[in-house]
Design a protein around this ligand. Sequence first.
Ligand code: PHE
Length: 370
Amino acid sequence: MSEVEALRAGLVADIDGAASLDALEALRVGALGKQGVVTALLKTLGGMSPEERLEKGPPIQDLRESVTNAIATRKAALEQAALDARLASERVDMTLPAGDVPVGSIHPVSQVMDELAEIFADLGFSVATGPEIEDQWYNFTALNMPESHPARAMHDTFYLRAEEGVESYVLRTHTSPVQIRTMKAVAQKTGGAGEPIRIIAPGRVYRSDSDATHTPMFHQIEGLVIDKGIHLGHLKWTLETFLKAFFERDDITLRLRPSYFPFTEPSVEVDVGYSLENGQRVIGGSGDAPGGGWMEVLGSGMVNRRVIAAGGFDPDQWQGFAFGIGIDRLAMLKYGMNDLRAFFDGDLRWLKHYGFSALDVPTLSGGVGA
Ligand code: PHE
């Protein structure tokens, strides 16, 4: 066996027996690296005569090729073995319980808004909206609160900065401007003739006020019905029907108290009775029973003639009623929360506790999952 042939056999045997990729790499460097034995042999070719090179060259080239091939083959085998080992040890066990995935929840305010929209949809009301940055005319003037009217001062209004001589916009202090916007749109659409209106308008409103039961931003829902021959009885029935559906009890009692709003005449404030059940205050039953009481839930009344006229309707033909309800307040009453500020803190623990599942929403119609 020639020297070159012996070297080839030895190297190939070592390579075939390499136990790891690291060991194989060491062998490659020892044979084909700069100082490698095969490299050294290849270098000798340069100093040979052409005849000698013709004789000794091919076996040396063969040697290099065999070693290169042997390394490639062994490398592929070692890599395949490593992959097999990983596949065996890193098998995914599909029966293991999945890790925790954070899940969001529906905010109680959104939940209550959905519930209200659903209850009023059943009564034939559609949903209307208006801007939160509002014209003073819509927020006050058209609602029978002319400039210098003391009721304007009753609302702690946020005024936006305006140029000299230009009336500033306000952050709407209630959802009542949507009454005017809706009436005007209908009056325009019908060429001044008018047609019946039944809308609710939920949304954000703003007043400069902050304590445990007041936040500078809060939510209201406005209701407006315009038709011919509408009277206080329609208002009372509508509110009673709505409150029974919302609190999911038939024994809801209402107390209507005379009140004052510039945009309604007569105006009534509505209280709902609560009673003591197992030491807990719950909405329902007569508020006059021992341990019970009355909770104010909304303001309402027959739409003032001036407001009907400002909306572009003829007050001699059309009448209506309107109401405004604090949504946050309703949510607190129904779901037992006592600090309004927590509604808007964005504390995840609070949201987790009081929030509703998006997939299993206990809405009145059974939720998406039903
Ligand atoms: N806009 C009134 C408020 O914010 C509520 C209300 C609405 C009263 C409609 C009567 C009619 O206090």
